[in-house]
Every structure is written in structure tokens, then in C-alpha cells.
Design a protein around this ligand. Structure first.
Ligand code: CA
Length: 249
């Protein structure tokens, strides 16, 4: 792509839609003001329930999410949104000891800032996340793929359609049992993260006891038989010895 064309694309791009979730009125105002000044389209929510609702209806391009919220807290909001959307999420937290949880596999935020933070720092993080997503889309477009609908997750020749619950491999539909689909989706939404068997059980099967982990292993084996070129030497879903599994893409 020529530089001129790249610039043109940049300027004709519609403004990014940012959802800000913060219950502190003064901070919410300041955030909203700064984001609008950057040209972003801004949506706001002051509690977790509204945040989940807006995320589902408005499909923002990015979410800035406070950790401490009345009702459903930020961690739960993040987890809930992550089940169906890979929108970038930047968490705001006052508690430095929560950070591991926030960016770790438990919650799945993309980035975080510890309060108090500078507005300039936040704007830089927002810009970086939006750029990351845009590059990802451009990359897909550059490889001859049309930009997939938002309900699609694309990993090379593997496509997961979240809404229709369909999976395509090399343009051919593959048939998955309901739990296999949910397992694949959970792995894919947490790409590159090491997921323990217990965590997978809890999220995909809603079980929270130990001992059912063989169920996970069996389903992983079935999935590998369907999506790996060589199921005995898997490259998409790898085993992390002693811990669990990781989706590589
Ligand atoms: Ca708060």
C-alpha cells in the first residue's frame, strides 16, 4: 500500500467508539471530555450492569473499565464481556495487588492503569490498543481476506462464527458438539494464555470442583482431531505440561 493511500485510509476511518465505565462523576467527566477532544465517539456507564448492556448493543471499539463499581464489579464485567467479544479492554484500578488478576487469564483485560494516572498516559494506551486492532484488520485485508464480521474470530484458515456457532476449516464447515464449540471458543478468546484444566472446567462446564479434569483432556483430544492437521503433534492447541492448555491461533 502506498503511503498516500495509507494516510487516506487513516483520515476516512470513522471515529472509534469508546465506552467509559466509571462511577466517580468527576473522573467520568474528565475522561469523557478528553476522549471527545481526541475525536472519539463516547458512551458512558456508571455501573456494571449498564456497561454489559451497552457493550452488547453498541459494540464499542474499546472499553475503559473501572475496577471498583457498584453492583457488578469491573472484574465481573470484564469476564462477562469477554465471553462473547474480543474488544480491547483497559482496566482502571486503585489496587495494585489486583493487577495480576486483571491482566491474567482470570479476567482477560488487555491493559490496565493504576489510579491515579495521567490522562496523557491513558490516551496513549487507548491509541495503542486501537492501533493494534486496526493493524490486525488491515493484515487480514492485505492477505486477500475481507474484513470478517465482528462475530467471526479468524486464525489462519480456521474461522469461528460466534453467533451462528459454526466453525470453518479451510473453507469447509466442521461439525463440533456443543461443548467442543464452547471449549474452542473459550480457548480462542483467551489466545496465547495458559489455561488450567480447573479454569476451563469452571468456565466451560460450570463445574468448580477438581477431579473432572479428564473431561477437559478428552474434549481437547476430540477438538484436536477436528482442527489439527496432525492431532498427534498439535500446533493450534498446545499442552502446557502440568498446567493445562494454550490456544496458539
Ligand atoms: Ca470506582
Amino acid at each position: 500500500m502506498t503511503r498516500q493511500r495509507a494516510m487516506l485510509m487513516e483520515t476516512t476511518e470513522p471515529p472509534a467508539k469508546v465506552l467509559i465505565v466509571e462511577d466517580e462523576p468527576a473522573l467520568l467527566d474528565a475522561l469523557e471530555y478528553s476522549m471527545r477532544k481526541q475525536g472519539y465517539q463516547v458512551l458512558t456507564a456508571v455501573d456494571g450492569r449498564r456497561a454489559v448492556e451497552l457493550a452488547g448493543v453498541e459494540h464499542p471499539d474499546l472499553i475503559v473499565l473501572d475496577l471498583m463499581l457498584p453492583g457488578i464489579d469491573g472484574l465481573e464485567v470484564c469476564r462477562t464481556i469477554r465471553k462473547s467479544d474480543n474488544v480491547p479492554i483497559i482496566m482502571l484500578t486503585a489496587l495494585s495487588d489486583e493487577i495480576d488478576k486483571v491482566v491474567g487469564l482470570e479476567v482477560g483485560a488487555d491493559d490496565y492503569l493504576t489510579k491515579p494516572f495521567g490522562m496523557r498516559e491513558l490516551l496513549a494506551r487507548v491509541k495503542a490498543q486501537l492501533r493494534r486492532v486496526r493493524l490486525l484488520r488491515a493484515e487480514m485485508a492485505g492477505t486477500g481476506h475481507q474484513e470478517p464480521p465482528r462475530s467471526h474470530l479468524v486464525f489462519g484458515d480456521l474461522t469461528i462464527d460466534k453467533d451462528r456457532r459454526e466453525v470453518m476449516l479451510a473453507n469447509k464447515p466442521i461439525s463440533l458438539r456443543p461443548k467442543e464449540f464452547e471449549l474452542l471458543l473459550f480457548l480462542a478468546l483467551n489466545r496465547h494464555m495458559v489455561l488450567s484444566r480447573d479454569l476451563i472446567l469452571e468456565r466451560v462446564w460450570d463445574w468448580s470442583y477438581n477431579g473432572g479434569s479428564r473431561t477437559v483432556d478428552v474434549h481437547i483430544r476430540w477438538l484436536r482431531e477436528k482442527i489439527e492437521r496432525d492431532p498427534s503433534a498439535p500446533v493450534r492447541i498446545t499442552t502446557v505440561r502440568g498446567v493445562g492448555y494454550r490456544f496458539e491461533g
